[in-house]
Structure formats: C-alpha cells, structure tokens
Design a protein around this ligand. Structure first.
Ligand code: SF4
Length: 191
C-alpha cells in the first residue's frame, strides 16, 4: 500500500495536481514566504499555548499533547498533529494555520485524517476538531461527522489510484489558488 500523509488530504482537496506532483513526478518546490512564516509562528504559538487556558476551545479542562506523531498501518496514513487536547469532554485535534483567511473544506479533511488516526490509536470517537488561526488568534470549530471521515477515507483511495496509474488530474477549477502555488511553473497547460 502506498503510504500517504494527512497533509495530502488537505492538498488533494485544494488541488489534486499538488499531490500528483509530490508523488508521481517529485519536483522541487519553492519555500514560499507563507510556509516559512507559518513555521516560525508555530514555534511561537507552542510557547504561548502552554500558558493559555482552554477557554478558546470551549473546554473547561484538558491535557495538551504537542506535535504528536501518528501512524496507521491499516490506513497507510501518518502525520504529525500540532496539538491533541485530551479532556473529560473527549479528544480534540488542533491544527495551527498561518492565515488570516477563513479555513476551507480542505482543512476539514485534514482534521478528519487526524481524527481517523487518533480514533484508531486511542479507541475513542472524535466529534470535533479545531483550526487555530495564528495571526487573528482565533479558534474555528469543525464538526467531524462520520460522513466527512468516510469522504476522507475515499480520498485516500482516490489518491492511491491516481499515483498508481500516474494519471495527471485536472487543475483546480478555482484558478485564484494558482497565484501563490509553489507548483505553478509545472502547470504549463493553464498558463
Ligand atoms: S498551479 Fe494551480 S492547477 Fe497547478 S498545481 Fe498549483 S493550484 Fe493546482
């Protein structure tokens, strides 16, 4: 089975070609300003987060586990979760994002990927996840429904098929996404 990463779910939902480039024709990608800033900001947030209360997550109490490596043989999936909150109300994945834009559906699928891994590791269902938007310091809640998790599972299959068949997918129909894409030099057919 081809090993996939939770991040691939996010990328695939954003533009299928990104996953194609990464697995089928590995090309060098530029480290964008956004990526570099995101990494720096995550380090800062780690320090702050350890001192913050959990009120922003609407939780009364909980234990925080940072940078949790997760892997499932059965799903052929792995990933490093920024933060897992373990409380009496349940288990909740948190992903930090360096963006002022609203989180999109691709972020939801990324959280579902983490939920599938945590559920398998902890034998406990997850119902909600959070995206922490770093610049506005805002927490956005996502419902992690069974249907979304099933869709995430189907996406894993779809990605494997695309990689095995080495079939270049269509570009994203949302062309504004291409403007800052690190792979835009390889999408000669649309520029
Ligand atoms: S340039 Fe556009 S179509 Fe090409 S990989 Fe990036 S987002 Fe997808």
């Amino acid at each position: 089975m081809i090993d996939l990463r939770v991040n691939d779910l996010k990328q695939f939902a954003y533009c299928q070609r990104i996953v194609f480039y990464q697995y089928v024709m590995p090309v060098e990608k530029k480290v964008t300003f956004k990526m570099a800033e995101g990494k720096r900001a995550e380090d800062v947030i780690d320090k702050l987060e350890k001192r913050r209360s959990l009120r922003g997550y609407r939780l009364a109490e909980g234990v925080r586990h940072f940078h949790l490596w997760l892997r499932s043989e059965e799903l052929g999936l792995s990933g490093k979760l920024d933060l897992l909150i373990e409380s009496s109300q349940g288990l909740f994945p948190v992903d930090f994002k360096y963006t002022s834009g609203r989180p999109q559906k691709n972020h939801l699928y990324q959280l579902c990927g983490y939920a599938l891994l945590v559920e398998e590791a902890y034998k406990q269902p997850m119902t909600h996840g959070f995206i922490y938007l770093i610049p506005p310091e805002e927490v956005v809640v996502f419902d992690l429904t069974q249907q979304y998790k099933e869709e995430a599972r189907s996406m894993l299959e779809e990605m494997r098929e695309m990689i095995q068949q080495e079939q270049m997918p269509e570009p994203t129909p949302v062309r504004s996404r291409c403007a800052e894409c690190e792979y835009r030099n390889y999408c000669g057919d649309i520029f």
